[in-house]
Structure formats: C-alpha cells, structure tokens
Design a protein around this ligand. Sequence first.
Ligand code: ADP
Length: 191
Amino acid sequence: MIAIYPGSFDPITLGHLDIIQRGSRLFEGVIVAVLRNPNKIPLFTIQQRLEQIRLTTKHLPNVEVDSFDGLTVNYAQVRQAQVLIRGLRAVSDFEIELQMAHTNKTLSTQIETVFLATSNEYSFLSSSVVKEIARFGGSIDHLVPPHIALDIYQCYNHNSQISNPTITETVPHLQSIPMEVPTEKLRQQEA
Ligand code: ADP
C-alpha cells in the first residue's frame, strides 16, 4: 500500500522525519509530497525543500519526495496511493485534521487518512517554531537535521526582514521565552 505524506515542510523538522520513518515501516512506499501553496510565502522554495527532504530521507529506500498542487486526494489518485498520513501533535491539530479528513472523504471514498501521534519529544515542534527561534538567534540544532539548520542559519544571516516577508511571521508568545543565544551567533550579529 502506498501512502502520501502531504505538507508544507518549510522546512522539514525532526518531527516530520519521525512521522516519515514510522510511516515507512507501515507502508510499502511513502511519498512525501510538498504542497505548492500560492497563499503562503515560504522561507524556502519548492526546489530547496525537495532537496532538503531528499537529503533528510536518503536512508529510507521506500520514501520518495515529490511536489504537487491542487487537491491532495486528486494527487493521491494520480499516484495510485490509498492512504494519507497526517501527524497529530495536540488537540488543536486534531480539530483541523479531522475536518480535513472528513472533507477529503467527501471527495474520494477510496482514500483513507491515517493519523500518527507525534513522539513525545516532538509534540511542541513545528516549522514555524523553528523559524521563530532562528529569527531571534536561538539554536535550532536539536530541532532539525544538521544540514537544514545550516540552511536556516544562512537564511536569517543573509536576508533582511524587508527582502523576506516570511521573517515577519511570528509564533504567539515565543518572543517572550528566554532563549539561549550561541556566543558565535551573537558575535556574528554584532559584527
Ligand atoms: P501544514 O503546512 O499543513 O501545517 P506541515 O508541513 O507543517 O503541514 O506538516 C505536515 C504534517 O506533519 C501535518 O499533518 C502536521 O500535523 C504534521 N506534523 C508537523 N510537525 C509535527 C510533529 N512535530 N510531530 C508530528 N506531526 C507533525
């Protein structure tokens, strides 16, 4: 059975990777599908995200990485997949995900949504949280694979808020959480 794991993955986190690894043990094949969403201004282009995910999942032979636009169920049908994998972190995810699963069921009765509960250590983790920490100079090394962390640090060192509008996106209340700022990053910022 082939499963699709759709999402923005802007960027992929260790929480996403955990779901992909566990999905790859459950299904014959998993297609990680990056949604081309015209309504969101991403930090990374589709091409960058595809490369990031390919590098992150290269140890998983039954995982493929692709992009799509339009309805996920249509993409699943084209790829002859029977399952959509979604990750659940909190009750807030559940409400949105359940609504999405029901909506998708009205569009195609052939496709089932399978929910995987987040692993405890990633229950707070989202791409937005990662971007918010990096934006304020915090360390994200424990939240994303090493090569993704480098890409993100580079992004926030080189882009100004004006040239990249996603940097103005904020996670509520996170700014008030004291964060450890690596001395090297502080030095870079001061330079
Ligand atoms: P979206 O753009 O829909 O928020 P994401 O790319 O952030 O999608 O995530 C794709 C899927 O991965 C969603 O089902 C989301 O709930 C799940 N997910 C994201 N982060 C985690 C995590 N830390 N643990 C488990 N599932 C997660």
